[in-house]
Design a protein around this ligand. Structure first.
Ligand SMILES: Cc1cc2nc3c(=O)[nH]c(=O)nc-3n(C[C@H](O)[C@H](O)[C@H](O)COP(=O)(O)O)c2cc1C
Length: 191
């Protein structure tokens, strides 16, 4: 079974990012993936304290819901990161989650212990923004750096400009189909 993890980074539950991610996870499920969605806004998460404890252990000293996310990131064969654009970047929720993976960076690059067991893992970035195409560049480069850190191949993206009001994306069935197809194609890559 292909393990699919979707991380929902918008604070607006039921909003555009959430709807887009649901479509991608539905496609992944239809293609045979076992999909789980994580809604960051609902979790107890704090930011990285840059204490560098993880440089020696590969583990984070903070005890909160990030422990569960670290486990899911290790298990995932397919990782779908979804965040709207806030001030030309990822949301604070998504960026905080990524920063808390500094222990995985330490494990991979300092301690020679990459997560994911060395198998092929693929991921994609889904995003929506109220303005134009250029808004996505900053967020995209962060997600690429994150995937590199956790040994996930950046295998696809769906970046949708011009989407602002809550649920506006539902009026774009062709975009939702693209999301479903992307989810299915990611599963096919690692099946
Ligand atoms: C704090 C904040 C900052 C935003 N900054 C940008 C931006 O820099 N560029 C952009 O295209 N849209 C920006 N937006 C618009 C959101 O990306 C847009 O409304 C999106 O559809 C929200 O998705 P959601 O419903 O999943 O939260 C911003 C919205 C908020 C609340």
């Amino acid at each position: 079974m292909v393990r699919v993890v979707g991380i929902m980074g918008s604070p607006r539950i039921g909003g555009n990012t959430d709807i887009l991610l649901d479509a991608a996870l539905e496609g992944a499920g239809e293609a045979g993936g076992d999909a789980e969605k994580v809604i960051l806004e609902k979790l107890d998460l704090r930011g990285c304290r840059e204490c560098e404890s993880c440089f020696k252990t590969g583990r984070c000293i903070l005890k909160d819901d990030m422990e569960r996310i670290h486990g899911l990131l290790d298990e995932a064969d397919v990782l779908i990161m979804a965040s709207p654009i806030f001030f030309s970047g990822l949301t604070a929720q998504m960026k905080m989650m990524i920063d808390r993976c500094q222990c995985l960076w330490a494990g991979n690059f300092l301690l020679g212990k990459p997560i994911g067991g060395g198998r092929r893992r693929v991921g994609a970035f889904l995003s929506v923004g109220g303005r134009g195409d250029l808004s996505f560049n900053g967020a995209k480069s962060v997600v690429r750096a994150f995937f590199l850190t956790i040994s996930v191949e950046y295998a696809g993206e769906l970046l949708v400009p011009g989407i602002e009001g809550k649920g506006t994306i539902s009026g774009h069935p062709s975009v939702l189909k693209e999301a479903r197809d992307l989810g299915a194609s990611l599963v096919a890559l690692v099946k």
